[in-house]
Design a protein around this ligand. Structure first.
Ligand code: DX5
Ligand code: ZN
Length: 231
């Protein structure tokens, strides 16, 4: 495996939106690496969340860490330039939501952002066949998109192993990200299956004791578990 550095990307979907800037500051101070930003449109998925204005507000608040935008919207292309302007670092989208997947990838890159493709639990990995080398990351969903707090779907482990092999064969520095149901007690097997970038929402923001002691313990437990697998 030609793995990249470990990235813990808390999904702010489970943060307290009434004090979002503070929540993001705290989780980054606790050792998290990226901010995972879930965009839902009540169309591609049945939930409605946050858009470019909130991304821009986090940048204006002083957040300098990478903002990892996960678009669960249809159509995709219209909103890409807005997120680039709002300070997104990477923009990932679902192939089912774009009529022209290759074009959307180029569009994201032309705006100076990293491009990611997101595979739902039932999406075949063959969708990567002609675009993998153009991507900066592949995001595998280990739940169906739309809500935080769901359980990890075990078939994602086998899918991780297969996509890991493809990335390794490509010889490129493409991140392999996992999203959905990632916890301190299953992150080791997820890392062993080949993920290097870990989204966790409820496990971090709803961690027992975090309201009193902050997010340091849970982020450390996750990083230690991954490091033990990689050692
Ligand atoms: C689901 C989102 C996830 C979600 C993860 O559609 O893409 O990022 O917030 O939440 P947990 O970690 O609670 O499963
Ligand atoms: Zn997500």
């Amino acid at each position: 495996m030609s793995l990249q550095s470990t990235v813990i990307a808390p999904s702010i979907l489970s943060a307290n939106f009434a004090k979002l800037g503070e929540e993001v500051d705290n989780v980054l101070k606790a050792g998290a690496d990226w901010v995972h930003f879930d965009v839902m449109d009540n169309h591609y998925v049945p939930n409605l969340t946050i858009g470019p204005l909130v991304c821009e507000a986090l940048r204006k608040h002083g957040v300098t860490a990478p903002i990892d935008v996960h678009l669960m919207v249809d159509p995709v292309d219209r909103i890409v330039p807005d997120f680039a302007k709002a300070g997104a670092s990477t923009i990932s989208f679902h192939p089912e939501a774009s009529l022209h997947v290759h074009r959307t990838i180029q569009l994201i890159k032309s705006h100076g952002c990293g491009a990611g493709l997101v595979l739902n639990p039932a999406t075949p990995i063959e969708v990567l066949d002609w675009v993998l080398e153009d991507l900066d990351l592949v995001l595998l969903m280990s739940v169906n998109p739309g809500f935080g707090g769901q359980s990890f779907i075990p078939s994602a482990l086998d899918k991780l192993r297969r996509v890991r092999e493809r990335i390794d064969n490509s010889g490129r520095a493409i991140r392999l990200e996992i999203d959905g149901g990632v916890k301190a007690d299953n992150i080791a097997e997820i890392a062993a299956a080949g993920a290097d970038t870990f989204v966790a929402g409820s496990a971090i923001f709803n961690a027992p004791g975090a309201d009193q002691h902050g997010y340091g313990d849970i982020v450390r437990r996750m990083k230690d578990a991954v490091a033990a697998v990689r050692a």
